[in-house]
Design a protein around this ligand. Structure first.
Ligand code: NAI
Ligand code: MG
Length: 325
């Protein structure tokens, strides 16, 4: 079967790193790629930053690979994550041999609830100078992310699962989140640890090796995963997946990097590693492992892009990965 993969490069370095990842996918498999438009450049040309056609293509694809959008990011990526019905945002943060990392022993995966929390979009100015925001935490979404997190840990060989919360203050909402996680853990006989998210931020910084999978409400997952990016050597290395019941979208954690766009020096590894997550999602675990091994080998021995202290181009690194494969 030839799966249909919708490819949305977007803006800035998205136009450079997505073709690199497509080249890698073409090396290991046979897919039908459908390129779709989105981002600032579409809006500047008078269009909608996320054209209806792109939304529909992503909604009906077997998987989507997204690069980055610029200023229109929120108008592009939030609806695209919704188009694929994703509820889990999976963000692995691993340190690699050969890459200068603050905490070389880091091997974390954030499993972030992707649909509600404070990102539910319910904000208002109730009076001049007084604004409010409604935090939505439902039992269903909390159970769903907990089930996903425990399953992910078991399937990927992580012994430590931590549930991040702040139920001592947000008693109703994080109380609900925690109750759902406890119930799912009981039903499946899963072991896990509960951690207050503020203290967890400090512990992750000091002793990342004590943690594995971290299940988080939406905002906490957003922040803690960026903290972890700082532990492992930067944004050029962090892939992510937005997973739904039967569709998914894969993207590097980084943005369009206008400061280096057009120079051909963007690090393609985050997007190539996102493509590896895509392969895994489509059932090609062996090919996914091959891609990861090739990236690890290139990171260890070079060539490396300037963000990792090297002087190689995006094309050099991509060619080296393809060569290893
Ligand atoms: P950014 O991730 O684009 O860049 C931050 C820094 O990291 C820059 O110095 C950049 O050069 C560097 N960097 C990022 N990815 C790199 C790579 N692959 N190789 C080498 N260096 C890399 O974040 P920033 O600067 O905050 O935002 C720039 C634009 O991107 C903004 O318009 C923002 O809205 C958008 N953005 C889009 C996202 C998305 O589409 N999912 C996510 C984050 C930001
Ligand atoms: Mg973020």
């Amino acid at each position: 079967m030839t799966e249909e993969i919708v490819v949305v490069p977007g803006d800035g370095i998205g136009q450079e790193v997505v073709p690199a990842a497509v080249e890698v996918l073409e090396t290991v498999g046979s897919f039908a790629f459908v390129e779709a438009e989105a981002g600032d450049h579409v809006a500047e040309a008078g269009g909608d930053p996320l054209p209806e056609e792109t939304y529909e293509l992503a909604a009906n694809a077997d998987a989507t690979l997204f690069g980055a959008a610029g200023e229109s990011a929120a108008d592009v990526i939030l609806p695209l994550r919704e188009a694929v019905g994703s509820f889990a945002n999976v963000r692995p943060a691993r340190a690699y041999p050969g890459v200068d990392a603050l905490r070389p022993e880091t091997d974390l995966v954030f499993v972030r609830e992707n649909t509600e929390g404070v990102y539910a979009g319910i904000e208002s100015e109730i009076a001049e100078g007084v604004t409010t925001l409604t935090r939505v935490i439902t039992e269903d979404a909390s159970r769903r992310i907990a089930e996903f997190g425990f399953e992910y840990a078991a399937e990927n060989g992580y012994d430590d699962v931590t549930v991040a919360h702040k139920a001592n203050v947000m008693r109703e909402t994080d109380g609900q989140f925690l109750d759902a996680c406890r119930a799912v853990a009981d039903e499946g006989d899963h072991e896990y640890e509960e951690a207050l998210m503020d203290a967890l931020a400090m512990h992750l910084l000091l002793r990342p090796e004590e943690y594995g999978v971290v299940v988080c409400p939406n905002l906490a997952g957003d922040m803690l995963s960026d903290l972890a990016a700082g532990l492992v050597g930067g944004l050029g290395l962090l892939p992510s997946a937005n997973v739904g019941p039967d569709n998914a979208l894969f993207e590097p954690v980084h943005g369009s990097a206008p400061d280096i766009a057009g120079q051909g020096v963007a690090n393609p590894c985050a997007t190539i590693l996102s493509a590896a997550m895509l392969l895994e999602h489509l059932g090609y675990g062996g090919k996914a492992a091959d891609v990861r091994t090739a990236v690890e080998s290139v990171l260890e021995s070079g060539p490396r892009t300037p963000d990792l202290g090297g002087d190689a181009t995006t094309a050099d690194v991509t060619a080296a990965v393809v060569d290893r494969l």
